[in-house]
Design a protein around this ligand. Sequence first.
Ligand SMILES: [Zn+2]
Length: 391
Amino acid sequence: MGTALRFDIQAQQGEARAGVLNTRRGPIETPVFMPVGTAGTVKGIRFEELESADLDAKIILGNTYHLWLRPGIEVIKAAGGLHRFIGWERALLTDSGGFQVWSLGALRKISEEGTQFRSHVDGSLRFLSPEVSMEVQAALGSDIVMAFDECAPGQASYEETERSMNLTARWAKRSKSAFERLQTEGADSGHVDAEGLSGEQALFGIVQGASHVDLRRTSLEHTVNIGFDGYAIGGLSVGEEKPVMFEVIEDIAPRMPKAAPRYLMGVGTPEDLVEAVARGVDMFDCVLPTRNGRTGQAFTSRGKLNIKNAQWVNDSRPLDESCPCSVCRRHSRAYLRHLYTSGEMLASILLTHHNLAFFLDTMRAVRQSIRSADFPKFRLEFTERLRANGE
Ligand SMILES: [Zn+2]
């Protein structure tokens, strides 16, 4: 496609790649983890903290489905796009809404044209299609736009998955046409003059096909033939077994265009991230660090830690003794447990901060290890440590 993005791979070890994704809002070192900001907020954390040296998140996600329903694109357009509306100047990626609509289950009706569903906000009947998704994402002005896709359930039959994968291919084509028209019309609210880049939005295509590797390969071929700035693997971590998920990633990621970024959508635990990097993935997003932070679960270098447990009542150690984040520098497990059991909102805020720090630090360490040709050793030690003490 165009010059909206430039991706430079700087080091590679096995299938693992370390590089720089140059967006119109600055460079992003990869592999990268992108915190999820569903409704224009990464839940439980201020933007200042996301920008701080502690976390230094270079790119976050926004959800088309949620923002379209509330506050609605007119509000965001009037504010000058999603960056201005929420007060975030770094890069933003928006999903297409396909996955959220799919998650509504029986409440939606899929046709060739698109998906009809009832809004969870006010019960109104809404219609989402490739064209509508592209219009909403142009109005949001995100830096990376995702094609509108359909996701087949992990346990879907072969025929059902094939039908869904072919629909995704037709929708991908329509997404690209609508996207290009909108760029020409200047519909992108977030347009910026970017050094050496077009300043336009970038568009990623999505590979579907559930756990059927041959369908995945066909889907990849369709997607690459249409041509996108980057390529995503969608529809994983939706109920299939872990080994099945990795089988798909291992087969598909190395077949994806080498010169373009590869994005694994909605995955996963810190261990999943490291394992997917080893199979050639460059970009990730997941709600785990924020969602689990709110329910009292911390991710640490020694596995998961449930702050509710009585064993921490007098424990003066930080959540993770090898974590340099501001929460671990200041607070004990005993205090965090007290906050959580007292229903204090600060418990969620502090656990979310630490969890994001751990995910982002892990990716920094992954990048460093690939650059210094130490990735296999890092991967082994990281995994062994996680399992040593995990719950
Ligand atoms: Zn920490």
